[in-house]
Ligand binder design. Structure first.
Ligand SMILES: [Zn+2]
Length: 64
């Protein structure tokens, strides 16, 4: 099926991040909070998640 209009918001909405604190997938355009750590951008579902991350980032980052 074809539609006559392209939803640019949907295209831009492809940028998603995983909230490292609670593990939720967060739409970058709708993130409640954003934090940068070691050159990476992290998105959070709530300000409380960002605060927890900022307090102790290493606790929430995946260990490689
Ligand atoms: Zn969260």
């Amino acid at each position: 099926m074809f539609t006559s209009s392209i939803n640019f918001e949907a295209l831009q909405g492809l940028v998603t991040g995983k909230d490292p604190v609670c593990g939720m997938d967060v739409d970058a355009t709708k993130a409640a909070a954003v934090s940068s750590h070691l050159g990476q951008t992290y998105y959070f579902c709530a300000a409380a998640c960002k605060q927890a991350f900022d307090a102790e980032p290493a606790k929430y980052l995946p260990k490689n």
